[in-house]
Design a binder for this molecule. Structure first.
Ligand code: COA
Length: 260
């Protein structure tokens, strides 16, 4: 019997749906899954017809229940150092030139939470549960959780989650601004794809520039961020998409963006 693919890729119009597929292990992220994920993202990056990505978890129990804890046992500090020097799924998502949407179904814990934090938009099904439970294992978040979580929900709420390891509900996540929307589980993937399609109807040049400029606000001082915004704004002015967008508005018709 052949092994099932650990990361699935399905095309829905101009949106790529990436499914983490180890439901029997609550889609825990192990080495082969990280590797397969990076390969799939590379394919999507090169496919110009794909304009947005949705990431979700197989089954109805989990988005991703964290790093695969069984890999930690017996791993030496040097082995761990080597693993953490490899290209990470978190950086791949954050730096991805197309928008990435996390469609969070069920448990979203540890490295799964950190993967969702690296995404541009998060939506959750009403049964989703979020947590950074690393302290329960005697470790801390290592995929960006200590840095991205406070930037998204603020220091106090982030510290509460990271220091207690407690899970929060989808409704709590909505209240804290961790997710943009909570929807019933049965419609969540369709909703995430619809958001992706909405973005896909915009100029890919503008969308990529908007992602880069907005993300830069997390790490750049204001004056440098404003300079980057100005440079990217000017870049948009050299695009065919800008000419088409402005012309379409003046001609009272829908724009047809090509990404050039
Ligand atoms: N790493 C490795 N295996 C994991 C895992 C993880 N992060 N999360 C779940 N699994 C495995 C379980 O070991 C179990 O395997 P088994 O059937 O071979 O025994 C299987 O997935 C199902 O998990 P189970 O605990 O029985 O399911 P549940 O629905 O009752 O609970 C969780 C789900 C997610 C609450 C629970 O599995 C859990 O707490 N996982 C660890 C979460 C975590 O600490 N993540 C951070 C890692 S740094």
């Amino acid at each position: 019997m052949t092994e099932p693919e650990v990361v699935l890729l399905e095309q829905r119009g101009r949106v790529a749906v990436v499914t983490m597929n180890r439901p029997e292990k609550r889609n825990a992220l192990d080495g082969p899954m990280r590797c397969a994920f990076l390969g799939v993202m590379d394919r999507i990056r090169r496919d110009t017809s794909t304009r947005a990505v949705v990431i979700t978890g197989a089954g109805d129990k989990a988005f991703i229940a964290g790093a695969d804890i069984s890999e930690f046992e017996g791993r030496s500090p040097v082995d761990q150092y080597r693993v953490m020097r490899l290209p990470t799924v978190f950086d791949a998502i954050e730096k991805f030139p197309k928008p990435v949407i996390a469609a969070v179904n069920g448990f979203c814990l540890g490295g799964g939470m950190e993967l969702a934090l690296a995404c541009d938009i998060r939506i959750a099904s009403s049964n989703a549960k979020f947590g950074q439970p690393e302290v329960n294992l005697g470790i801390i978040p290592g995929g960006g959780g200590t840095q991205r979580l406070p930037r998204i929900i603020g220091l106090g709420h982030a510290l509460r989650m990271i220091l207690t390891g407690d899970m929060i509900t989808a409704e709590d996540a909505l209240r804290l601004g961790l997710v943009a929307e909570v929807v019933p589980a049965e419609v969540m993937l369709d909703r995430a794809v619809a958001i992706g399609e909405l973005i896909a109807s915009k100029s890919p040049v503008a969308v990529a520039a908007a992602k880069e400029a907005t993300r830069a606000s997390m790490s750049l001082p204001l004056d440098e961020g404003l300079r980057l915004e100005t440079a990217l704004f000017q870049l948009c002015f050299s695009s065919e998409d800008k000419a088409e967008g402005v012309r379409a508005f003046l001609e009272k018709r829908a724009a047809n963006f090509t990404g050039r």
